[in-house]
Design a protein around this ligand. Sequence first.
Ligand code: PLP
Length: 411
Amino acid sequence: MIKVNDNFTLLSPSYLFSDIAKKVSDYLTMHPESEIIRMGIGDVTRPICPAAVKALHDAAEEEACGETFHGYGPEQGYGFLREAIARHDYRERGIEIDPDEIFVSDGAKSDTGNIGDILSPDCKVAVTDPVYPVYVDTNVMAGRAGTCLNDGRWSRLEYLSCTAENDFCPPLPKEKPDVIYLCFPNNPTGTSLKRDQLARWVDYALANNCLILFDSAYEAYVSDPDVPRSIYEIEGARRCAIEFRSFSKTAGFTGLRCGYTVVPRELKGSDSNGGEVGLHNLWLRRQSTKFNGASYVIQRAAAALYTEQGRSQVRETIAYYMENARMLLEGLTAAGFTVFGGKDSPYIWVKNPEGMTSWEFFDALLSRCNVVGTPGCGFGPSGEGYLRLTAFSTHEATAAAIGRLARFAGN
Ligand code: PLP
């Protein structure tokens, strides 16, 4: 028999969104006439913007012609895209990031999941709770998480509980970790950190020699000038943070697949002999060995998002989703629900009605309103007591869902 990686056997065999899909499909089998409104899975619904679609067509034509055909590209990403990212996402906002510090990839899930390859299996990891499950599960796979306890927590991870009581702002760790995952604007709570709140984390990481893995997959949704879109807006972050970004939620690339990771050259770690090692070089080595680059056609589409038309079309789509978020915040508050997030993020975090668990609230919304959310407990123990709704829908479906939830609350 082949010996397997035992760590994988520690993971729960089922995946939150498969459990939800099964519940919805069982319900539809029993009630085929139901008109379900899906506000659970965090996938976008609006099409790719015209500027990116044109770039896709043009790039496909290039690939069809011997003179312009592209085969393998640079593992780190094409210069035209890395230049555009460095200029528009950073330099124009007063942040110095060299194109050479940017690694284009097929998305933030791969990068946040793979980054552990360059870190010691002994690293002590802290995660916010609730949390994007990829951070936890990939540390389980790498053997860093210890064993799963009765309450669903892992013995070697430190959980930084984010609830209404602390305004969803993670408390500093009790024990010094080596690695801290932060995701702001946050999935699933939809809340964000102000500049001074994030600065506290950068100061902590610098003082304690920690690495912050900062996931800013939702930065495009930030409108509050006091909420940083990049951790590098904070003084000193280049010495303690890696940043992950994605075109998925920014520009509807969930199916096309493209994102990028910034690893500043100043970031240093130590090997087991105490020797200093640059994380940039390690990630470059990891990517050029295990990744052959995002496709040329997709990188052309991503670059088109930075043109004048692309930027204005992206802004329009985000404004459309954020109008849904506003409708949800106002409509659900007026109906008597307690809701969080949704101001600089497409996620709304709804407090369960008194006495209901997250799954009970989920079941009640499915059966009585035909609305699908995501039970907060699926994101970690501190998610119990909440349910996540997304703004990735149409105005019509959002308004209908609000009406159904208001009738539910009125009963
Ligand atoms: N990071 C967070 C916090 C997310 O919520 C998601 C997707 O839902 C991702 C990363 C994955 O992004 P991508 O589609 O680029 O893999």
